[in-house]
Each structure stands twice: as C-alpha cells, then as structure tokens.
Design a protein around this ligand. Structure first.
Ligand code: HEM
Length: 490
C-alpha cells in the first residue's frame, strides 16, 4: 500500500513536516517567519493538545467489546438490548480509579469506576458504576466535598488523611463504603478481576408500563483477587500503569476478559414495605432476599486504536437510559443525571455526543439542539430549528415516556432540607460485613489498613475514627487502640 503524503490539516501538501522555513544568517543562525504556516500550526496545535481531565475518575483504561444475552428477561423489561438469547450489542468499557489524576498510579487503595456504554438499537444505555456495591454519601450536595477530602489539601497540595477522616467522621453515613474500601477489595490486582455494581436502584419497565425496581451487577468470570497494601504500593512505584498493561496485553493476546451481568429485582408492592434501604445507596439489597438473575455476558475483545480519541473523549452518564429502564427517587441518581452531561459539555464541548466513542449507532434526529462549538454533522441543514413547526421531518416516536411512576410523596411532606440522618440502621450492614463476610485474617488486615492512615492524626480525630467504627463493632475500636499502642512502643 502506498504511504499517504504529508499535508497540513486542511490538505495542502507539505514536503517535510520536520523542517521549518527560515532565512539563514551567518553563524548558524536564522530568522523564522509568520508565513510559515506549518511551524505556526504545529506549535499552536501542540499548545491545545490537552483537554481538562475528568474532575474525578481521571486515570483509566478502556476497551471495546460486546454484550450477549444469555437469559431472556423480556418478562422484566422491554429494553431491546436485554431481549432475545444470543443477541449481541457493542459496548465501550472504562475502568478508573476515583481520586488520582490522569497520570497517577493504578494500584492504589481506591474505589474503581466501572463504566459500560451499550450501543443499542434504541440509543445508548450507560451503566456508570463502581467496584464496591455502596457509596459514601446519599445527599448529592456532599459529593464535591467528599472528593475534595480524598484529593489534595489546598495548602500542601498533598493528599491528607486529616481531611479524609474529618469529613467521614462528621458524616458517618459513609461507614459502609469505608468498610469495603479498607478491606481486601480496596486494591484490585487486575481490571479483569474486578466486579462492577450499578449501585443505584433503577426500574425495569415492561411494554405494558408495569415495572419492578432493580439493581445491576457485573461479575468477572475470573476469580476476584487483590493486592495486599505493601504489594500495591510497591507496584505503584515499579509500574504505575500496571492495570492498564495487564488489560491491554490480555486483549492483545486474545485472552478476552468476560463479565456476567445480573439483576436483582423487587416488586413495587414488596418495595413499599422494604424501608429506606430501597433507594439509599449506602445500603445493599441482600442477595438472600433478592437473588441474582443472570442476564448476559460482556466480553472485551478490542483495544483502542487511539486512547485519547476513544477513551479520553468517551462520555458516560447515568442519564443515558433506553426505554425499558428508568430512574427512581434516588436523589444521588437524579443529581448524577445532571452532573455528567454538564461535566462533558465543559470537558469535551457541547457537541460531545457527535464524537466517535459517544455516537449512537441508531438513527438520531434531534434538530432542536444544534450549532455550538465544533459540530461535525450537517447540522440538520435548513430544517426548522424550533418545536411546533409545520415542516419538521421528525415524527413523534413510540416510547415509554408516559410510564406511570407510583412512588407516592410522603404524607405531609414539605419541601425543605430533609436530611436522612445517621442512625443504628446505618451500622447494620457494615456489622454484617465485619462479622459474617470478613474472616479473622481480613479483619486484622482491615484494622492494619486503617491504622496506617491514622499515624499523623490529632488524638481527638483518631478517637473519632475509633468511635465511628466501634458503632459497627466495639472490637474494631479495641483493635485500633491496640494497634496504636503497639506502634507507639516501637
Ligand atoms: C452526586 C453524586 C455524584 C456526582 C455529582 C458525580 C459526578 C461525576 C463527574 C462530574 C464525573 C466526571 C464525568 C466526566 O467528566 O465525563 C464522574 C465520573 C464518574 N463517576 Fe461519578 N458522581 C457521583 C456519584 C457517583 C457514584 C454513586 C458512582 C458509582 C455508582 C460514580 C461513578 C463514576 C464513574 C465510574 C465515573 C467515570 C466515568 C467514566 O468512565 O468516564 N459516581 N462523576
């Protein structure tokens, strides 16, 4: 195949892109000139090569793949990509750490983001989840503060355990997520072995408009394994891109990682008496009560050809939902449905949906959002740009937009700052995790992982941490105290 000739960005021929145009003087000097478009464009484009990184979840790896239905759930949802055993849907996958910047290390203790974009015949559907089943806060207004407390201190510009524990001890609804974070799963050893949780409660809606509440879970077919704290730290120094390399090489070798997708469901009548754990993302739905129903499997089979174009420019959002799956009265979910497209308009520009990793594969007709920076379509030509016009080429579609949601507003509800305050109920599931899921080795490991972060803390804050975890189990406080007195004797 003949090689393409080098050109400028608008196609004008260039003889050698590595030589600028000069007027030589004596002594090896030269004058450059403003007429050298090649030089000016090369430097100007370089200055604009970086875009804002994601404000959270900046460090990531990604790949393309496919999702295949293994169990038809049309009795639960009309979503076409979830109907018909054997049906395949292309997907884009992105796995990230949360707190670190784009160049930070992979093998740190952190919550992993687990994002999947399904390119369906009814538009894009995104599951933008995490690798642990619960989250730290349940009021979205706390999300920016949560993340600042995990990132860099405004004065020292270093991560700071004082901020971290100050935030969490003052709003202990995060205790369940903290139990997971400092457990063994806090440092996965491979992206291929990481589970994914949709975390929120969604609705699965059938063609007749009836619905069930549901949660989504991805499970890797490989065992879920992890690094110990010291191994993770060592690897973060030796190969900060270890997870990326592991995923990339496995796909390049043809060892395609596979996850199974499951749902848990609840009937609306059952949901009404379930209590506040129904929509509260600091809680799980116990598997015994809500067994996993298999839906399909996701296989990653293609590395990106260009990371920036395909993964950095990807825009995942919980607001991308297809008919048959719907939102619920979880304020966190509703806030996220605003926050992601808003972040992407800032990060990628208002026409980010036209970029290759975000472009729907089904026909799109939305002439009432047009123009704006960098549109790359024909921008609907001369079609009317106002609704209720007489010449539109668009026709009303058949959607489930008019599903009747049955969540009733509480009797005597009043608009106001209605905090779900922290109570005994918030410690029940963390206690189960500590007593029934962790074994003694993991309990000791957990205490050791937390202890390492407490060394520099003032006594009062260290005590507040012990007090918070003692409400999960008094033994945790005792073990933390014993650990502290041991290390102070060293
Ligand atoms: C009110 C709560 C939350 C807010 C306001 C929020 C906001 C954001 C924002 C602004 C981004 C960057 C998006 C971008 O630039 O493309 C992001 C990324 C992300 N968030 Fe959240 N988030 C929230 C809670 C959560 C929860 C509960 C989860 C998991 C269940 C989660 C998982 C993720 C993931 C996986 C990404 C990376 C998406 C990607 O791969 O591009 N977030 N979040």
């Amino acid at each position: 195949m003949s090689k393409p000739n080098f050109t400028l960005a608008e196609g004008q021929p260039v003889s050698d892109p590595s030589i600028s145009t000069t007027l030589p003087t004596f002594g090896g000097g030269a004058y450059t000139n403003l007429g050298d478009t090649l030089l000016l464009e090369t430097l100007a484009h370089f200055n604009r090569e970086r875009i804002p990184e994601r404000v959270v979840h900046a460090k990531a790896s990604g790949a393309w793949g496919e999702f295949e239905i293994t169990n038809d759930i049309r009795a639960l949802t009309s979503a076409k990509f979830l109907n018909g055993v054997g049906k395949k849907t292309p997907v884009l996958f992105r796995l990230s750490t949360t707190g670190g910047e784009k160049g930070s290390a992979d093998t740190v203790r952190d919550v992993r983001g687990f994002s999947v974009k399904f390119f369906t015949e009814e538009g894009n559907h995104d599951i933008v989840g995490n690798h642990i089943p619960v989250f730290f806060v349940r009021d979205p207004i706390r999300f920016p503060s949560l993340n600042r407390s995990h990132k860099r201190h405004p004065a020292t510009n270093r991560p700071d355990w004082n901020m971290f524990w100050d935030f969490h001890t003052n709003q202990p609804e995060s205790v369940h997520a903290l139990m997971h974070l400092f457990g063994t799963r806090g440092i996965p050893d491979s992206i291929r072995r990481v589970p994914g949780f949709g975390v929120h409660t969604f609705k699965l809606v059938t063609a007749d408009g009836s619905f069930r509440y549901c949660k989504f879970h991805f499970r890797p077919t490989l065992d879920i394994t992890h690094f110990s704290g010291p191994d993770g730290t060592r690897m973060a120094g030796a190969n900060p891109d270890y997870h990326n390399q592991d995923l990339w090489n496995a796909i390049a070798r043809g060892q395609f990682p596979v996850w199974k997708l499951y749902v848990q469901t609840t009937e609306p009548a059952q949901a009404e008496t379930y209590g506040r754990g129904l929509f509260d993302i600091t809680k799980v739905w116990p598997h015994k009560q809500f067994p996993l129903i298999e839906v399909g499997k996701m296989t990653l089979n293609k590395n990106p050809e260009n990371y920036f174009a395909e993964i950095e420019q990807a825009a995942f959002s919980p607001s991308n939902m297809v008919p048959g799956i719907a939102m619920t009265p979880d304020p966190m979910l509703q806030a996220r449905m605003f926050a992601y497209p808003d972040a992407q308009r800032y990060r990628l520009g208002v026409n980010y949906t036209q970029l290759p990793p975000n472009r729907a594969i089904c026909p799109v007709h939305h002439p009432f959002e047009r123009d704006g920076s960098a549109t790359i379509t024909r921008n609907y030509g001369g079609e009317p740009n106002y609704v209720r016009n007489s010449q539109s080429r668009g026709a009303p579609g058949q959607t489930l937009a008019d599903v009747r949601h049955t969540e009733r507003i509480q009797q005597n509800a009043a608009l106001g700052q209605n905090e779900l305050s922290v109570g005994e109920e918030d410690f029940v599931q963390p206690r189960e995790l500590w007593n029934r899921v962790f074994d003694e080795t993991e309990r000791r490991q957990w205490v050791s992982n937390v202890s390492e972060t407490l060394d520099e803390l003032p006594v009062a804050l260290r005590q507040a941490v012990a007090d918070m975890f003692s409400k999960v189990d008094p033994r945790i406080g005792q073990m933390l105290a014993a650990k502290a007195s041991n290390s102070s004797h060293l």
